[in-house]
Design a protein around this ligand. Structure first.
Ligand code: ADP
Length: 206
């Protein structure tokens, strides 16, 4: 099973990704997590990404594309993966298409978690307050000002991917404002019973 999770920050991508990982025995590839690990380790990529991430911008396409290309080569990704936070721009999506085509792999679906932006801001602000109250460490980009910039980056650079994947016949839109179990059930209903590994995409079968 090869899936993409698409949605603005705070839409619940991580929650749904974890469940799909358990259900299908696939790996979650979060470019946000990979970049945070690079920042922590102080690698050249990390040094390049740190400031951009802290201010809520997008790391250059060639950097994230290279990270993903290396990651999907790892043995644990052979059974399938769920991309969380990638692609985030149209050039990243085009690069992913090339990567998959070279390996004769197809996507099984692109799940769009559709959410209302105002409700989302409230949800994330509440999450930040709860984490602070519990004394948990916040991410450097977990503050209202940076959040607005991350939402803007989503609106301007990532949301065009909704049409991109709809045109390919791969888009599955679910209501991300529903309670978590309902979001999960809607995703399950929409996913194909059989993975598309080594098969043609839905559109090509038509
Ligand atoms: P979110 O909470 O928005 O889902 P992530 O953990 O996915 O955040 O990403 C955090 C930050 O990492 C982003 O704001 C961005 O700076 C950087 N980042 C992650 N994935 C990408 C990507 N595919 N392209 C560019 N930048 C990325």
């Amino acid at each position: 099973m090869r899936l993409i999770l698409l949605g603005p920050p705070g839409a619940g991508k991580g929650t749904q990704a974890q469940r799909l990982v358990a259900k299908y025995g696939i790996v979650q590839l979060s470019t946000g997590d990979m970049l945070r690990a690079a920042v922590k380790a102080g690698t050249p990529v990390g040094r390049q990404a740190q400031e951009i991430m802290a201010r809520g911008g997008l790391v250059p396409d060639d950097v994230v594309v290279e990270i993903v290309a290396q990651r999907i080569e790892q043995p644990d990704a052979r059974k399938g993966f769920i991309l969380d936070g990638f692609p985030r721009t149209v050039p990243q999506a085009a690069a992913l298409d090339r990567m998959l085509a070279e390996r004769n792999l197809a996507l099984d679906g692109v799940i769009e978690l559709r959410v209302d932006e105002d409700a989302l801001i409230k949800r994330i602000e509440r999450r930040i307050e709860e984490m602070k109250a519990r004394g948990e460490a916040l991410r450097e980009d977990d503050n209202p000002e940076v959040l607005h910039r991350r939402l803007k980056a989503y609106r301007e650079q990532t949301s065009p991917l909704i049409d991109y994947y709809r045109d390919k016949g791969a888009l599955i839109t679910v209501n991300g404002m529903a309670p978590i179990p309902e979001v999960a059930a809607a995703i399950d209903r929409a996913l194909p019973a059989e993975p598309a590994i080594g098969k043609k995409s839905r559109r090509e079968r038509r």
